[in-house]
Design a protein around this ligand. Structure first.
Ligand SMILES: O=C(O)CCC(=O)C(=O)O
Length: 274
């Protein structure tokens, strides 16, 4: 079965583009078909069971709510399956979806590159021992010529405030922030009054399986721990325009990158069949 989807429209509407420009995020509903999401979930569960490859555990990050150590109860609670792209071809298929590439080209220009150094993961929030991620911009630890990247967050199941779904701050990608607004890990400070107005603007992002959140690398986002009894899984990649390369010698340039299919019919497909 080919999982590559074709859709009547592989692009955002003018209203959706305006929303992304204004808010720094937009949700495309149902981009992943039911069959495709089921395949990705099945691969994800196999990868979890395989218990191998690069992974990140809640106890390693020590965000609020995380187990205190790998030896503590729930210490083996997973947060991310890293290097998703290298784990299974289904992730290449996802990156090849016209519905994804078409939209990314609208946001980033004709040549879209996927750096494998960042995101490139299955993000999970497990019940009971997951943690709260504070307000942050993804670009804070990334090094590119310009802060111009867009990430895609594909939900493999429902995402709500109850199960640790994301919250975002509309318009936050357009503003500049003084250093006093951040703690030492570059999360927004939530004490004091300096960030109050900003934080009051936060909205939840509610997703169904197959929905994709597109968000700018400067858009503030946060999530709580998973208060439900079901694990939550999302597939997350980031993308840049071809003319916004990673800075040499940084973590951002330490992994290969993928040039997304152009979206143009190939030369052979155009050739007359005689
Ligand atoms: O699911 C979460 O806790 C948010 C994760 C996140 O925003 C990130 O890793 O950049």
């Amino acid at each position: 079965m080919s999982l590559l989807q074709t859709s009547e429209s592989d692009t955002f509407t003018a209203d959706e583009l305006a929303a992304f420009d204004r808010d720094g995020f937009v949700v495309a509903r149902g981009l992943g078909s039911e069959a495709f999401v089921a395949e990705m979930l099945s691969v994800t569960l196999e990868e979890l069971a395989r218990n191998d490859g690069p992974r990140e555990f809640e106890a390693e990050l020590q965000y609020p709510g995380a187990p205190s150590s790998m030896a503590a109860t729930g210490g083996d609670t997973l947060r991310r399956l890293k290097q998703a792209h290298a784990r299974h071809p289904v992730f290449t298929t996802w990156l090849s979806q016209p519905a994804l590439g078409g939209r990314l080209r609208q946001l980033l220009g004709p040549e879209v590159v996927c750096p494998l150094a960042h995101h490139n993961c299955v993000m999970t929030k497990q019940p009971r021992h997951s943690s709260d991620t504070g307000w942050h911009q993804d670009i804070r630890y990334w090094s590119f010529e310009r802060p111009e990247l867009v990430s895609t967050w594909l939900a493999l199941g429902p995402e709500t405030p109850e199960n640790g779904g994301l919250h975002v701050i509309p318009g936050s990608h357009r503003e500049t922030y003084s250093g006093t607004r951040f703690d030492e890990e570059l999360f927004l400070r939530e004490d004091g009054t300096e960030n109050r107005e900003l934080l009051n603007r936060a909205v939840p992002v509610t997703l169904a399986a197959g929905d994709v959140l597109f968000f700018h690398c400067r858009t503030f986002h946060a999530a709580t721990r998973n208060h439900s009894e079901q694990p939550k899984f999302s597939i997350v990649f980031t993308f840049r325009p071809a003319d916004n390369p990673p800075l040499p010698g940084t973590r951002s340039s330490a992994m290969p990158e993928i040039l997304l299919p152009s979206g143009e019919p190939s030369a052979s497909a155009n050739r007359p069949t005689a």
